[in-house]
Design a binder for this molecule. Structure first.
Ligand code: ADP
Ligand code: MG
Length: 628
């Protein structure tokens, strides 16, 4: 576009667009899903504002909260228009090009590693996917606070912004003009668009219309006769007159058969509603199919793979709400990296079907923020600000119930896994859970095991429930993971504690002198190898009345000693008194708390252990690495 102010894209955005526009990625379909999702977000925003100020909606067509899609086959331009909040000039500059989002570089990195283009929406840069199918894009937008502007770019590193003097006034909202590339002409047909909208956007909560052209047969004289009839009705308005009219029709159709030339085909354009935008969560669970749940998941989550599991329920009582909660199959790309900086709360809050916010940390605790889905409550007030809503006591009740539902869902997966394992060991097959159910928890643990551990640290109320979900290797678990309950089931008679040792690998821990004696005596030792494990154990002091004991600490007791053993210990202590004194002299006193004769070793002559209250060597290693 000539004229207008020129802007340069932020450097990473330029790289991103460059990759997209030259991409050979075959699934270009995703652009439509991303643009519709932006349109829907913009509609949610204006609808939310209208709760406290009706006037923001305007009147006439402008107040229709809808999305319209149409084509101009001659110029190969695809149009998508929403009546959402729109963008001011400043918004256009910032949102579409100059402000870097944290997801931009992360997405570039993923793409370099051969990641899937499909993930683009999750990184917060979905808009640019339009360049998969376009070589030139214009965004016309009208926000209530500004004039109508056009943003345009050919993805050559720069974009232009100018006040719009050429297009029809939008009233409010955004119109995206997509000039289709030569190799993306397939998107220039109604059939393709219809298929895509139905596939990806069925559960968008605003009506989506596509302009379709239908061929209709019109009798040549139609106009005349119709008019004549209307006139008659208006004048007389009597039934007998209409009957006469009907007779006329019959006569006419006879004539037509005799003279086929009298009909002609006419193309008529019309808006066809493509989605059933009734809220899926209002339906009975028994009436929603698995496929519909998965489609809805994709609409709310920006994920493109199926959810691992879901739960659809209705809570009754003082606080009423409906909810569909999903556990994704994969953890979001920055879930653990940005755990404390960025709260990504995947739950969307609705009040009486109206979208309120997808950023309510009052709805779900941080460690479960990977859960996606919706909560729709009739109890919460509708016409208050977000800040006031956050103060609502009902939110606490909702959060509590949501947490319980999520943990229930996880527990059931975990129990199914244990059951499958037991049945396999016994060779039983009757009433065995399906293969899918047997494998679900393994997948969950792989992606969200660390979230469960973080939960043990953060959620004191549910600590025990969460501990039940832990999976780890032990000296007796072989290649499989095991649970605390299974460990307890295998405990030796008289065994006081649950023993564990943390380190960098299973091999390292298993070969450590710290566990020598324990293993020789046949005690099972948990091998913790995740950096989080020792933090977790700092919070989880016992389980099922059994204390945890770190094998690298000084006070490790294997069993209660009898009198004979105690006497023997004393004798040994005396015998080696000189040696222990000598040790203290040769080693720097400030670094050593004490030297003791002990019977915790089997073949190794001596080891350095950690004091009862100090950090273990493993913990010190981790802290050094993380520069706390
Ligand atoms: P995301 O939707 O994850 O924020 P996108 O790259 O899809 O990332 O969009 C970037 C931003 O551009 C949006 O956050 C929004 O502010 C703005 N935007 C995009 N499309 C529209 C639209 N149709 N109406 C209003 N704002 C929009
Ligand atoms: Mg988007």
């Amino acid at each position: 576009r000539d004229g207008g102010e020129q802007f340069t894209f932020q450097a990473e955005v330029t790289r991103l667009m460059d990759i997209i526009i030259h991409s050979l990625y075959s699934n270009k379909d995703i652009f439509l899903r991303e643009l519709i999702s932006n349109a829907s977000d913009a509609l949610d925003k204006i609808r939310f504002l209208s709760l406290t100020d009706k006037s923001v909606l305007g009147d006439g067509d402008t107040s229709n909260l809808e999305i319209k899609i149409w084509l101009d086959p001659a110029s190969k331009v695809l149009y998508i228009r929403d009546r959402g909040i729109g963008m001011t000039k400043d918004d256009l500059i910032k949102n579409l090009g100059t402000i870097a989002k944290s997801g931009t570089s992360a997405f570039l990195e993923q793409m370099q590693k051969g990641g899937d283009m499909n993930l683009i929406g999750q990184f917060g840069v979905g808009f640019y996917s339009v360049y998969l199918v376009a070589d030139y894009v214009e965004v016309v937008s009208k926000h209530n606070d500004d004039a109508q502007y056009i943003w345009s770019s050919t993805a050559d590193g720069s974009f232009a912004i100018s006040e719009d003097t050429e297009n029809e006034p939008l009233g409010r909202g955004t119109l995206i003009k997509i000039h289709l590339k030569e190799e993306a002409q397939e998107y220039g047909t109604e059939a393709k668009l219809k298929e895509l909208v139905q596939r990806y956007s069925e559960f968008i909560n605003f009506p989506i219309y596509l302009e379709t052209e239908k061929e209709v047969e019109v009798p040549v004289e139609e106009e005349e006769t119709e008019e004549a009839k209307e006139d008659e009705k208006e004048e007389e308005g009597k039934e007998d007159e209409e009957e006469e009219g009907a007779e006329d029709d019959e006569e006419e159709s006879k004539e037509e058969e005799e003279k086929p030339k009298a009909t002609r085909k006419e193309k008529k354009k019309d808006w066809e509603l493509l989605n059933d935008n009734k809220a899926i969560w209002l339906r009975k669970p028994s009436e929603v199919t698995e496929e519909e749940y998965q489609k809805f998941y994709k609409a709310v989550s920006k994920d493109y793979t199926d959810a691992l599991n879901y739960s659809h329920f209705r809570a009754e009582g003082d606080v009423e709400f409906r909810s569909i909660l999903y556990i994704p199959s994969f953890s979001p790309y920055d879930f653990y990296d940005k755990y404390y900086e960025k709260a990504q709360h995947g739950l969307k809050l609705y009040v009486r079907r109206v979208f309120i916010s997808d950023d309510m940390k009052e709805l779900i605790p941080r460690y479960l923020s990977f859960v996606k889905g919706i909560v729709d409550s009739d109890t919460l007030p509708l016409n208050v600000s977000r800040e006031m809503l956050q103060q609502e006591a009902a939110l606490k009740t909702i959060k509590k119930k949501v947490v319980r539902k999520v943990l229930d869902m996880i527990r059931k997966m975990a129990e199914a896994e244990v059951k499958c394992k037991e049945m396999e060991e016994k060779g039983e097959t009757e009433d065995k859970p399906s293969e899918k159910e047997c494998g679900q928890y393994g997948k969950f643990w792989e992606h969200f095991g660390r979230a469960i551990k973080l939960g043990i640290i953060e959620d004191t109320t549910n600590r025990n429930r969460l501990a039940k979900l832990l999976r780890f290797h032990t000296s007796k678990s072989g290649d499989k993971l095991t649970t605390l309950d299974e460990y307890i089931g295998r405990m030796k008679e008289g065994q006081k504690s649950i023993y564990y040792l943390a380190g960098t690998s299973k091999e390292e821990v298993a070969g450590s002198p710290f566990v020598e004696q324990l293993l020789r005596k046949g005690y099972e030792v948990i091998y913790f190898t995740d950096v989080l494990d020792e933090y977790v154990m700092g919070h989880l002091l016992d389980y099922d009345d059994k204390k945890f004991a770190n094998a690298s600490k000084e006070d490790l007791k294997l069993t209660d000693k009898d009198e004979v053993e105690k006497k023997k210990d004393k004798e040994l202590k005396e015998q080696f008194k000189d040696l222990t004194k000598w040790w203290k002299k040769v080693v720097d006193d400030s670094k050593l708390q004490g030297v003791k004769v002990s019977n915790r070793l089997a073949t190794t002559p001596c080891i350095v252990v950690t004091g009862k209250y100090g950090n273990s060597a493993n913990m010190e290693r981790i802290m050094r690495a993380q520069a706390f």
